[in-house]
Design a protein around this ligand. Structure first.
Ligand SMILES: Cc1cc2nc3c(=O)[nH]c(=O)nc-3n(C[C@H](O)[C@H](O)[C@H](O)COP(=O)(O)O)c2cc1C
Length: 133
C-alpha cells in the first residue's frame, strides 16, 4: 500500500521465482545486473505511464518500499535500472511477459544475503546537503 499521486496506483508487479528466468535477467545490463546470478526472486516494476505524469515517482516509491520490506524480513534486495535502457527493456519484457502498454521502470532482485555489509557511519553523512533556510 505504497502512496501514489492522486491514488491512481499505476503500478503492476511481475514476480519471477523460476530460477532459469531469473538467471536470464543477468543479461539485461552489461554492468549492474550480476545480482540475478544468485537471486531467489525478482520483481519487475511496470507502470501505466499514460495514466499519470508522476508514474516514475509512484513506481520508485513502491519499489523502494518493497526493498525496505525485504530488509525488514532479513532479505537482501537491489534495484536494477531498466527505464531509458532500451535493450534492457526488450529482454526484461520478453522474460517477464510484460505487455507493451506498460513502461518498465526497474527490476528488483531479492534473496538471502551472502554477506552482511557494515553500516554507514552516520557521522560521515553529507550533512552539508541539508540546507536550513
Ligand atoms: C534509480 C536507481 C537505479 C539503480 N540502478 C542500479 C542498477 O542498475 N544496478 C545495480 O546494481 N544497482 C542499482 N542501483 C542501486 C544503487 O547502486 C545503490 O542503491 C547504491 O549504490 C547504494 O548502495 P548501498 O545501499 O549499498 O549503499 C540503483 C539505485 C537507484 C536508486
Amino acid at each position: 500500500m505504497s502512496p501514489s499521486g492522486k491514488r491512481i496506483n499505476p503500478w503492476h508487479f511481475f514476480v519471477l521465482t523460476d530460477t532459469d528466468k531469473i538467471r536470464q535477467l543477468t543479461a539485461c545490463r552489461t554492468y549492474g545486473s550480476q545480482m540475478f546470478d544468485t537471486a531467489q526472486a525478482a520483481i519487475v516494476v511496470a507502470l501505466e505511464a499514460d495514466k499519470t505524469d508522476v508514474w516514475q515517482c509512484d513506481g520508485a516509491i513502491a519499489a523502494h518500499n518493497m526493498l525496505l520490506a525485504a530488509e525488514d524480513l532479513g532479505l537482501g534486495g537491489c534495484w536494477c535500472q531498466i527505464y531509458s535502457r532500451e535493450s534492457s527493456d526488450r529482454l526484461v519484457r520478453d522474460i517477464a511477459q510484460v505487455p507493451q502498454q506498460l513502461t518498465i521502470l526497474c527490476v528488483l532482485s531479492l534473496g538471502y544475503k551472502d554477506e552482511q555489509r557494515k553500516d554507514y557511519d552516520i557521522d560521515k553523512l553529507s550533512y552539508d546537503k541539508i540546507h536550513w533556510t
